[in-house]
Write a protein that binds this ligand. Structure first.
Ligand SMILES: C[S@@+](CC[C@H](N)C(=O)[O-])C[C@H]1O[C@@H](n2cnc3c(N)ncnc32)[C@H](O)[C@@H]1O
Length: 283
């Protein structure tokens, strides 16, 4: 069988399993099986697939057809222009979260200019936010906190890989409790899925991603509200908090922020799809 035919068959099967990106996913799995990049795959499409590569592709395909997310199968994901290792210890990083990183970098540059801020990334998971901020803000010191030891180990490997580990401290614990001193910026992508919505999630999420990273209680804001209550004591004057939220949670998130920070300027910012995505509290 030619690579072209293996690819077509794989894409059809992945599509039947419900993916909207079946062709791309099949290409990436075939690349993984062959140990080549996508441009190399395209050059070889008319070649015969060797038995060993064919068997490897079948194994990867079977995992994807069992609804395992592509990111966990190939073990990596691009985020904010960098490649990150991702395992089931952490959720699959979402493109929406890049909006939060962008906002924090912009705020830090405008507010702190030459003197780099201290930043806490709460619920760091694979470390995509902490690493992207440390890399995008030279000199900034970051504290990455998660309640999961496995997630912290993963985040540490990503920080090592991107050579920013010297400026990131990794702490295990609940929200802001492990923080020693107040910081200039709190960035958080904490669980915000409503519990009643969990059972309706696609199997890729419900059966494979850690529920502790996604389920935010009855209205989705249980963890974020606790963060807001803790934050005033942990933010330096002139500091800011950025929290990712669900697109329908804006009004309730603003109300929670207003009760924790009565004097602050509070805004909602949108992601690239135009949906409310980041709660911003400027003290
Ligand atoms: C939505 S995931 C975000 C992961 C990563 N920051 C990202 O954007 O891809 C939320 C993370 O928060 C962590 N988490 C949940 N509740 C927590 C808590 N109370 N204290 C600390 N971390 C928590 C989970 O373990 C999970 O890694």
């Amino acid at each position: 069988m030619r690579l072209r035919d293996a690819l077509r068959r794989g894409a059809n099967e992945i599509s039947s399993a419900g993916s909207d990106e079946a062709r791309l996913e099949a290409e990436l799995l075939l690349c993984e099986a062959l140990g080549v990049g996508r441009s190399r795959l395209y050059q070889q499409l008319n070649s015969e697939i060797l038995p060993e590569a064919s068997a490897a592709f079948e194994r990867l395909l079977a995992r994807r057809l069992a609804h395992e997310p592509l990111t966990y199968i190939i073990g990596r994901r691009e985020f904010f222009g960098r490649e990150f290792e991702v395992t089931p210890a952490a959720i699959v990083p979402r493109p929406e979260t890049e909006a939060l990183v962008e906002l924090v970098i912009q705020f830090a540059r405008e507010r702190f200019g030459g003197s780099p801020p201290t930043i806490a990334d709460i619920g760091t998971g694979s470390g995509v936010i902490a690493v992207s901020l440390a890399a995008g803000l030279p000199g900034a010191n970051v504290v990455a906190i998660d309640e999961s030891a496995d997630a912290l180990n993963l985040a540490r490997r990503n920080a090592d890989h991107h050579e920013v580990a010297a400026r990131i401290g990794f702490l295990r614990g609940d929200l802001l409790a492990p923080l020693g001193a107040a910081v200039d910026i709190i960035a958080a992508n904490l669980p915000y899925v409503r519990t009643p919505d969990w059972e309706q999630m696609p199997p890729e999420i419900r059966e494979w991603e850690p529920r502790s990273g996604l389920d935010g209680g009855a209205d989705g804001l249980r963890v974020i509200r606790r963060l807001l209550q803790q934050a005033p004591a942990r933010l330096r004057p002139g500091g800011a908090l950025f929290a990712e939220i669900g697109e329908e949670q804006g009004a309730r998130a603003v109300a929670g922020a207003r009760s924790a920070f009565p004097q602050a300027s509070i805004e909602l910012r949108r992601d690239l799809a135009g949906r409310d995505r980041v709660l911003v509290v400027l003290t």
